[in-house]
Design a binder for this molecule. Sequence first.
Ligand SMILES: Cc1cc2nc3c(=O)[nH]c(=O)nc-3n(C[C@H](O)[C@H](O)[C@H](O)COP(=O)(O)OP(=O)(O)OC[C@H]3O[C@@H](n4cnc5c(N)ncnc54)[C@H](O)[C@@H]3O)c2cc1C
Length: 228
Amino acid sequence: MVTEGYDVVLVGGGVMSATLGVLLRRVQPDWSVLALERLDGLGLESSSAWNDAGTGHGGLCEFNYTPLTGDGSIDVTGAIRISEQFQLSRQLWATLVEEGTLGDPAGFIRPVPHFSFARGAAGAEHLRLRHAALRGHPLFEGLELVRDRDAMAELLPLMFAGRPAGEEVALCRSRGGTDVDYGVLTRRLFAALERDGVEVRTGHEVRSLSRDRRSWRLRVRDLAGERD
Ligand SMILES: Cc1cc2nc3c(=O)[nH]c(=O)nc-3n(C[C@H](O)[C@H](O)[C@H](O)COP(=O)(O)OP(=O)(O)OC[C@H]3O[C@@H](n4cnc5c(N)ncnc54)[C@H](O)[C@@H]3O)c2cc1C
């Protein structure tokens, strides 16, 4: 067993550890930081582009951020709060791009329209309420309710091929959406952290975590060497 000490240990090699590491580097550049990931590479789990939808949770299209309240109205505070958070993330990435830390942004973010689609009378009403409540907000500028069915079919031909003509549907489009490849972003953030002195170990699994007076003790398994 080998015992080592660090000011901070980031557990997991996803976008959350990468982002926290970058922020910590700014406020405490003198802290020693170790990142541990059990897989053989970084950004391969939820942050991988194959495993998440990449909307950045901008709040533009997700129904669950705008629940119906039961009295016929809609609560959009979640969508606005989450959209603000996403804009803050974009500001962080823009700053890092300007500093030359993240490389060409086209490698991890690009504009793509976001759509909300609803079926049935209740779903369509939910979408109409959502659109009416959000369209006046600056973060949701340009949110567009598409009313004409032919226009919907032109925008989403695969979804409308063979769809019964009598089915009630509703569609909302935001041209201001983005597609984020969090896997690429994660690897670029970790590359920057490594250049900045952070130690990153893949193939290392944290097996236990316990409080040790004012510190923490982690038991880590090197999966390649099968050694604690
Ligand atoms: C189906 C799906 C769709 C999604 N769609 C979107 C979307 O459209 N927009 C959006 O913004 N977000 C979306 N998300 C959420 C987003 O992917 C996650 O919020 C984000 O990737 C979480 O990052 P993370 O670093 O916490 O997790 P991860 O990227 O999963 O990283 C955690 C890492 O920790 C490692 N790990 C776990 N246990 C240990 C251990 N004991 N020791 C060492 N390493 C360990 C794992 O191997 C993993 O690599 C989606 C998620 C899913 C699953």
